[in-house]
Ligand binder design. Structure first.
Ligand SMILES: [Zn+2]
Length: 346
């Protein structure tokens, strides 16, 4: 495939609805959704976790053909070698300040190792496009740093979708423990997280995503989960404009409650294991999140909640800013939102 592969990269905090959005975007004839591609080599090809099709990562026919196509393009690569590069270049723990500093440095003077990692990553997207026969790949890995890294790839046409969900919903979701159940897509047990930890993580990831989008404002958009589930047609129209795709048929299918099929996302929320998804808003936090946790959210990240248009009380949301505005408009919008209202009731 000689043309640049278009990649729609979804970034934001975990539990923000990225698996749902990935599935919706993948239900377009020109698009393939691959879930959290960042975990393919480690979870899919090393730990042999289960693909959404029900096959093990090393047995799924789609991912087996992708691996063959990838190795044809970069014969010097190995799965273990790629994972080792990922650990040094892309993965981070804590605030990831070391990785952020390194990535900034690589922008001006890339090391041979960094160039090799970019080459192998670009080849992976090209292999997916070749095997799927689709020209657009949706990657919902979510890590903002990966968004910055993909911007280095000359062979892909990158579009960034910054998906935001109310910090209180994310906090509630992360308070729930999950038992390991590989068949239902939970590979390891998930421990409940305290509210302060979840909201600090939410704020950090979203601020980083905002900064990365500022550098690619014409090829990016910010979308709230709450707007997407309340008005999918309008939000898919916005998304389609930025991604160069017509999503009107998908929007109609969603409005009619038709199930959207899930094919081979290799990692992500357990929703991907159900074979299909329908648009079903999740407002559980409004009934279940304790008041003290809501207070923690406002104390730790109230300024950012307001900037994104959330409020303590629920009213109609501010209309989202259209993409492609100026730097000044982007910054102005960020601060102007401080007086914004909030999200609609279901
Ligand atoms: Zn599969």
């Amino acid at each position: 495939m000689s043309e640049a592969v278009r990649v729609i990269y979804i970034m934001g905090a975990g539990r923000s609805g990225s698996t749902l959005l990935d599935t919706v975007l993948a239900n377009h004839p020109e698009v393939v959704g691959v879930g959290e591609l960042v975990n393919l080599h480690s979870a899919g090809w090393t730990s042999n976790e289960v693909c959404a099709c029900g096959q093990l990562g090393t047995e799924c026919s789609f991912w087996t053909r992708v691996r063959e196509a990838w190795l044809r393009r970069v014969p010097q690569a190995t799965v273990a070698g790629y994972v080792a590069l990922q650990k040094r270049i892309e993965f981070y723990s804590g605030l990831g300040l070391l990785q952020i500093t390194r990535m900034l440095r690589q922008r001006f003077s890339p090391t041979p190792e960094f160039r090799e990692y970019l080459r192998q990553t670009e080849a992976l997207y090209q292999a997916i496009a070749e095997v799927s026969g689709k020209s657009v790949v949706v990657d919902s890995s979510k890590h903002p740093l990966r968004g910055a890294l993909l911007a280095h790839l000359k062979g892909i046409d990158l579009r960034l979708v910054h998906l935001v969900r109310d910090a209180r919903a994310v906090t509630w979701s992360r308070k729930k423990a999950l038992e390991a159940d590989t068949k239902s897509g939970v590979q390891t047990a998930i421990k409940p997280r305290p509210a302060w930890y979840s909201v600090a993580y939410w704020a950090f990831v979203n601020v980083l995503s905002l900064i990365i989008c500022l550098f690619r404002r014409r090829q990016s958009l910010r979308m709230r989960y709450e707007d997407f589930v309340a008005e999918p047609e309008a939000q898919l129209e916005r998304l389609g404009r930025v991604c160069g795709l017509d999503y009107s048929a998908t929007a109609q299918a969603l409005l009619l409650g038709q199930p959207l099929k899930v094919e081979h996302p290799i990692a992500g929320n357990r929703m991907r294991m159900k074979g299909s998804v329908t648009l079903k808003p999740d407002w559980e936090w409004r009934e279940r999140l304790p008041v003290r946790d809501r207070a923690v959210c406002w104390l730790c990240a109230g300024w950012l909640l307001l900037a994104f248009g959330y409020g303590w009380r629920d009213r109609r949301p501010k209309t989202a800013r259209p993409p492609g505005s100026s730097w000044f408009a982007s910054v102005w919008d960020f601060f102007a939102c401080l007086s914004a209202s909030s999200v609609p009731r279901p």
